[in-house]
Design a protein around this ligand. Structure first.
Ligand code: HSE
Length: 295
């Protein structure tokens, strides 16, 4: 028996919700084929051109599967991976590999594990990628839609209702490593800044639940992480300004970058935002990929 899994791209942080908010994109998605094998352990086969490691302890799908197998001893799993989500793009490439792998393995094991167990296992895959077990890509990849990670220990994931939203993502062809983008963050936040930030996190969650697009737009503002990380992304301020001018509700760095995302109420606006983003990078002579998709 074998199973095929589609694991979607995700946007972590959702601007003001560093490590606690994230959402899934309708596309792109990785495709993974899994089957049980007679030899206990994990076998990784990469079917794409990204040249990722196949040694399970160095591969994010492998790290997640090894965590699952610690609670399913004696099982052997082979996974063939075809990535459509570019590694290092900032739209949850590692989370898709990790989450897709454990979803497929769980299906082969008659769904013996809960969704929360799968988040827990997949977080070990994130650790392989960035050294940190954050869940704000894993949780939306597994649950779909927007998720709030109220707590990781103990795990408390809250899927949120959302009004229809379109997402534009631009991926400038530069490299930003999540570990580096975390290392530069300030360790302390002044109380007045924290107050403004949690006002926005509450406002964003309320805006999504109330289907209030105006409130969503007002709350998409980050006083803590973006001012530090945006220096790693050339053209960031121009992309934001041009996107707002094209009608976006708002947006910011996707995960730890380098991708930038913007939310729009209508598809036509999301496409105008894509054109505005491309124009910025054309002016800067930086190659980019742009995606327009539903949330
Ligand atoms: N919340 C994580 C970070 C997401 O921003 O470091 C990384 O994709």
């Amino acid at each position: 028996m074998s199973v095929t899994v589609l694991a979607p791209a995700t946007v972590a942080n959702m601007v003001c919700g560093f490590d606690v908010l994230g959402f899934a994109l309708a596309e792109p998605a990785d495709t993974m084929h899994l089957r049980l094998t007679d030899t206990p352990g994990v076998t990784i086969i990469n079917e794409d051109d990204f040249d990722l490691p196949t040694e399970p302890t160095r591969n994010v799908a492998g790290g997640a599967l090894l965590a699952l197998l610690r609670e399913a001893p004696g099982v052997g799993i082979e996974v063939r991976i075809n990535k459509a989500i570019r590694p290092g793009s900032g739209i949850g490439s590692s989370a898709a590999s990790a989450a897709g792998a454990v979803v497929g393995a769980n299906a082969l094991l008659n769904n013996r594990f809960s969704k929360e167990d799968l988040v827990r296992f997949a977080m070990f895959g994130e650790e392989v990628a960035s050294g940190v077990q954050h869940a704000d890509n894993i949780a939306p990849c597994l649950y779909g839609g927007v998720t709030l990670i109220r707590s990781t220990a103990p795990l408390d994931i809250v899927p949120l209702p959302t009004p229809p939203l379109w997402v534009t993502v631009v991926h400038p062809q530069i490299e930003v490593k999540t570990a580096d983008a975390r290392a530069i963050l300030k360790r302390q936040v002044p109380l007045p800044t924290a107050i403004r930030q949690w006002g926005n996190v509450g406002g964003l969650v309320a805006g999504l639940c109330l289907q209030d697009y105006n409130l969503i737009g007002r709350a998409l503002e980050d006083f803590i992480v973006e001012p530090v990380r945006s220096i790693l992304i050339p053209g960031f301020a121009e992309v934001k300004a041009a996107s707002r001018e094209a009608g976006a509700l708002g947006g910011g760095i996707s995960g730890s970058g380098p991708s930038i995302f913007m939310l729009s109420q209508e598809e036509a606006t999301a496409r105008a935002v894509a054109a505005a983003m491309q124009a910025v990078y054309d002016r800067l002579s930086i190659a980019q990929f742009t995606y327009v998709t539903r949330m």
